[in-house]
Design a protein around this ligand. Sequence first.
Ligand code: 5CA
Length: 423
Amino acid sequence: MRLSHYLLPVLKETPSEATIISHQLMLRAGMIRQLSSGIYNWLPLGLNVLKKVENIVREEMNKAGAVELLMPTMQPASLWAESGRGDYGKETLIVTDRHNNQLIYGPTNEEVITDIFRNNVRSYKELPLNLYHIQWKFRDEIRPRFGVMRGREFLMKDAYSFDIDEKSAKESYDTMYRAYFKIFKRLGLKAIPFKADTGAIGGDMSHEFQVIANTGESEIFYDPKFEELVDTDELDIPTLRSLYSAADEMHDPAQAPSDVKSARGIEVGHIFYLGDKYSAAMKAEVMGADGKSTTVKMGCYGIGVSRLVGAIIEASHDENGIIWPESVAPFQAAIINVKSGHEACDKACEALYAHLCEAGIETLYDDRKESAGSKFATQDLIGTPWQIAVGPRSLEQGNVELKNRKTGEKQDVPLDKVIAYVT
Ligand code: 5CA
């Protein structure tokens, strides 16, 4: 991507409406712009990251055996009357269509997925089944804040499992529990599971996954052993599940270890064992092995995809801007033409740009006629992991200056060897 043909409206000043660092940096880096309270435009750089996060979530869901489909954003309100949970309270956005039918902009999808299930699955032989989608949701939050962290319109991955009995349903729950660690780890996050209140979704067991950050909305209490355990490649699930952790009102000091840690957390995921809350009310039944009709047991598993973009920035930034984990960096490398208009620099940049693109490296080429200082500052702000400065002096030696955004380390490397460093 040539920066001269891209939309990257970076801001020097911190916008006054943003109080937390991720919101400030997302605005300053030109990733998002608010359209209306809690509703955001995702500008090209923001969308690029959002898609990468979405894809990591998708890959790990698929690996865990879940199957992707896509449900619409608009749902008939009549379906909500059937499940018996009523509506989603004041957070529900309801519109009336030209035929006077009420439609809800989906805040979650238990009703729709249960409807799909009961209409299309007949036998226990088709179970277990886990269906998910990645779709925009709308909740008319009373206090949308912190940018994409608590939006009104936000992107969620929501998965729903269907099993013949409770034992199998709890195994499906555990499969998701395990997949969540992998997802958050790939995103460079340390997320800790907490027993949580089931709230408006319902059911009798749930875990929230929280990323520790001072700006988190929940108060969390956990065994310090979690911090190391969630970072290992081979997860020790039985140990993880035996450790104490509780969020907000679930905390019981009498049960907690003496060295319990208290912190604030950002809830990036929430999984629920639902039992037959929806399947009984909506008659989601299959033929069991004994030939009798059986109500299926369900679970649901949410991840705040758009919230994660903010959470990653909260966890990884410095005073100059964002430090992306390579897995979600919008561009892997940036070429900074230190002297645009200088013949040798322009030529070297063009050749290097072509070379990197050909090698499949997502590259942002700053070909604008701006000062070198401002170009460096832009790359630090948007967090490009590898920054390649092409200037007249080092070029005379056949070199470019390569900077690692995370460590700040700079080194001269031969122009024709750059690829080996950035891959
Ligand atoms: N149906 C279930 C899970 S499938 C459900 O809706 N769960 S939830 O209400 O806990 O939401 C799932 C995740 O969406 C949350 O863990 C959070 O990360 C994200 N989320 C919820 N509300 C918002 C919001 N207003 N803005 C951004 N993300 C949100």
